[in-house]
Ligand binder design. Structure first.
Ligand code: ADP
Ligand code: MG
Length: 308
């Protein structure tokens, strides 16, 4: 299947000289919810803002639904709705005027029925005649979402959509996102909350210091999380693991000097006691042992720590 967004060799060096993105390659699948997960300063907003045409890339290419975001800017941008991280709207306009105006910017003909539908879905209908400055922060954010949806985009970007929002808005937002996905809209959201990516996404990409360090199906990723490894340094190298001990969880290092046992740290039964007993039975002696988290777990622990 052709990807709806394809990013190739994308770099961004800000005028300050800071390299915020380094050779990013990324494909977003049509119709998926993709979560871009990374600590503050990782480059999430920079990447999104480049795709949306707000920040210029230093090098590389981006296609949005087949349109080059620079050579074919208007066509690319018309496909995209963006809810930016920072709130910014014309404070003295009404909700109704702002959202209808937004639609017009993208060259779409007036469609009051569509705008009404969007406002109702975001519980903004009874606020349609309010001036934006008079709204609460949560309501202002709903207006930003309504603006982003005003021109019926095929691709919706949500940059840190739930940072600082109340529980009710968060819940409404996820419901809306799921509804949009059902109607065929592709959704890319950024977050620095692992739980949020876990709840919402079909696939998760992790970005750190301007580099995408992994992209994976959420279910595959979650299955790998919470895994630990026990490494046993053997007194005598083994040529092979004895057949009676063979298990997908147990591996022998290439030089035969180390056994590596992978287990679920959250499980009631890790199987370690049983493993050690059986090694004893087979006369396999070890000189030392260490346990470590899987590399994926390390990545996530680092992410969480980098955030605090
Ligand atoms: P994130 O959204 O993941 O928190 P950003 O994309 O906002 O990260 O920022 C990535 C890095 O680029 C940060 O170190 C940030 O300070 C830097 N940066 C962002 N915008 C600018 C700018 N306009 N000029 C210089 N550096 C910037
Ligand atoms: Mg950001």
């Amino acid at each position: 299947m052709q990807s709806i967004i394809s990013v190739r060799q994308l770099t961004k060096q800000y005028a300050s000289g800071y390299r915020a993105l380094k050779d990013i390659d990324l494909d977003i699948r049509r119709g998926e919810i993709f979560a871009l997960l990374g600590p503050n300063g990782a480059g999430k907003s920079t990447l999104i803002n480049i795709i949306c045409g707000i920040v210029n890339p230093s090098s590389g290419t981006v296609l949005a639904d087949g349109h080059d975001i620079i050579a074919d800017y208007r066509a690319a941008r018309a496909k995209i709705g963006l809810v930016p991280q920072e709130l910014s709207t014309d404070a003295f306009e009404t909700v109704w005027a702002t959202v209808n105006f937004s639609r017009g910017i993208f060259g779409k003909p007036k469609d009051h029925a569509h705008v009404e539908k969007v406002l109702r879905a975001l519980s903004l209908w009874d606020k349609k005649d309010s001036k934006i400055f008079a709204l609460s922060g949560g309501m202002k954010r709903r207006v930003m979402i309504a603006k982003a949806l005003s021109h019926e985009p095929q691709i919706l970007f949500l940059d840190e959509p739930t940072a600082g929002v109340d529980v009710e808005l968060r819940r409404d937002m996820w419901e809306m996102v799921r509804g949009l996905r059902e109607s065929g809209v592709t959704i890319i959201l950024t977050t620095h909350y692992i739980e949020e990516a876990e709840e919402m996404a079909d696939r998760i990409g992790v970005i750190r210091k301007g580099e995408i360090i992994l992209v994976e199906e959420k279910h595959a990723l979650m299955a790998k999380l919470g895994k630990k490894q026990l490494r046993l340094q053997l007194r005598q190298p083994l040529a092979a693991i004895p057949a009676a001990l063979a298990s997908p969880q147990l591996e022998l290092s290439a030089d035969g000097s180390e056994l590596v046992y992978t287990f679920d740290a959250q499980a009631e039964q890790t199987g370690i006691a049983d493993l050690l007993r059986r090694l004893g039975e087979y006369g396999i002696d070890f000189t030392d042992l260490q346990s470590s988290q899987s590399s994926l777990e390390e990545i996530f622990v680092n992410l969480v720590h980098a955030d605090s």
